[in-house]
Design a protein around this ligand. Structure first.
Ligand code: THU
Length: 127
């Protein structure tokens, strides 16, 4: 299996999902080859929950990383889980048109460029 998907599965093990019981892991590959991981972190005030993808992006940024190539997202769903709308917006802002790889526990994978699943994004070019 692609090491980036393996890293996403490893991150998923750290998910804090006592409310949904839906664990997600993400692994973001920098242009320098470093891998930044994240998992979903839920909160009793549900809306404060953070998705695995945004945790990975913000962890990477906060450590000084800039420029990303790919993100792998691992979850246990029959059809591999795609990023939510909020995560797509954040990925576009900081990663541009990166490759998005979805993988489920059976090892089924799908991959897209972000723009395929997030057409016509709003971004700073409009400001
Ligand atoms: N979740 C993610 O972490 N990433 C996704 O791509 C979809 C949803 C999380 C948020 C919440 O903790 C749980 O999955 C159920 O929505």
């Amino acid at each position: 299996m692609d090491p980036l998907c393996q890293a996403a599965f490893a991150a998923r093990e750290h998910a804090h999902a006592p409310f949904s019981h839906f664990k997600v892991g993400a692994a973001l590959e920098g242009e320098d080859g470093r891998i930044h991981t994240g998992c979903n972190v839920e909160n009793a005030t549900y809306s404060l929950t953070l998705c695995a993808e945004r945790v990975a992006v913000f962890k990477a940024l906060s450590e000084g990383a800039r420029g990303f190539r790919r993100i792998a997202i691992a979850a246990d769903s029959p059809s591999p889980t795609p990023p939510c709308g909020s995560c797509r917006q954040i990925l576009w802002e900081f990663c541009g048109d990166i490759e998005v790889i979805l993988v489920n526990l059976e090892g089924r994978t799908e991959s897209f460029r972000l723009q395929e699943i997030f057409p016509r994004p709003f971004d700073a070019s409009y400001l």
